[in-house]
Write a protein that binds this ligand. Sequence first.
Ligand SMILES: *Cc1c(COP(=O)(O)O)cnc(C)c1O
Length: 386
Amino acid sequence: MSTAAERSDIPLFDLRLEPEDIEAVTETLRSGWLTMGPRIEAFEAAFAARLGVTHAIALSNGTAALHLAMLAAGVVPGDEVIVPSYTFVATANAAIYCGATPVFADILGRERPLIDPTEVQRLITSRTRAVVPVHFAGYAAAADELADLCAARGIALIEDAAHAPVGSLAGRSLGTIGLAGAFSFFSNKVLSVGEGGLLATDDDGVAARARSLRSHAMTTGTWSRHRGHADSYDVVGIGFNYRMDEPRAALASSRLGRLDEDVARRRALSCGYRERLRDVPGLILPFDDADVESSAAYVMPVMLERSSRRAEVRTVLRERHGIQTSVLYPAIHEFSAYRERMPGIHLPRTELAAGSEITIPLFPHMTEDQQDRVVEALTEVLAHGK
Ligand SMILES: *Cc1c(COP(=O)(O)O)cnc(C)c1O
């Protein structure tokens, strides 16, 4: 066995761009048109076609997509929006941007760290305007069940599909089951461009509102003025600058062409991890083997039976084995800002998962040797447990 010093470290995630990606971006830069132009239109069309959805609206980031989805769904001050706490903070923040209150629903458990529909049902009040499941790690939350629950009560279902630009539930693309889906193209996401996001919807009204609010609720865009279609504009609401730019759209389109390949590799690696970590004592593998195939396999989460060991396990992996890990996610309701705003919330299953989870390395060009090292290191450190 080699020592850590002789080996290169294994990153949690590694981004690799191909020459065609760089070419797509430089070609855009040479074109001299840098925002809201033909490349945005092309990317929106390509992404919509992939998802099988009518409208795809490219945005500056995934948080903007959540914000606009909620506004377009009619979330106003005083409303409640049911979200998981076991997610990135943006899911809940978006509700607060609208003046609404995020209401946290617990997850099903460590084996299935996805929003619990029974909890959602229990938390619905006359003020509930939207429910936002997160397809955590790229695995489908019960969006179909929630869609029925919401439809019966006139509540909007908005999917946080930041982890799942690919993936399906009973044959439907994740992010297209509810009224709107929010996607992220942040650096470490499955389809990454640095900063970027997208709102997908089949609803013409939601699409029109999101397109308008993306660009200050102006009645015409720069691109249409440039092409001589309009020479003035009105402002019909208080919108935002949530636009994507052309180099990012070009990069997104270029990388979209390899998305299936990338995700196939992520799934194969996820299956490899599951097979080899299944019998490691002290370890819980969330989700079922059969779920991998329809997921985006964004990350590989594992849960320690004994959460008290997490800090030590992560330290040993990093220091002795050169393996980078992360925690997805600390619970939102336990962050200072949220404790102050809404004290006294307890979500036992979320807290247990948030305290036990370790995200281990996963990226499409991860080698077998790298995966062997992660599996061996994790097996070893857990075998020597105190
Ligand atoms: C990344 C992420 C977001 C926000 O996306 P940004 O593009 O970073 O704004 C929202 N929800 C979840 C679950 C995420 O992981």
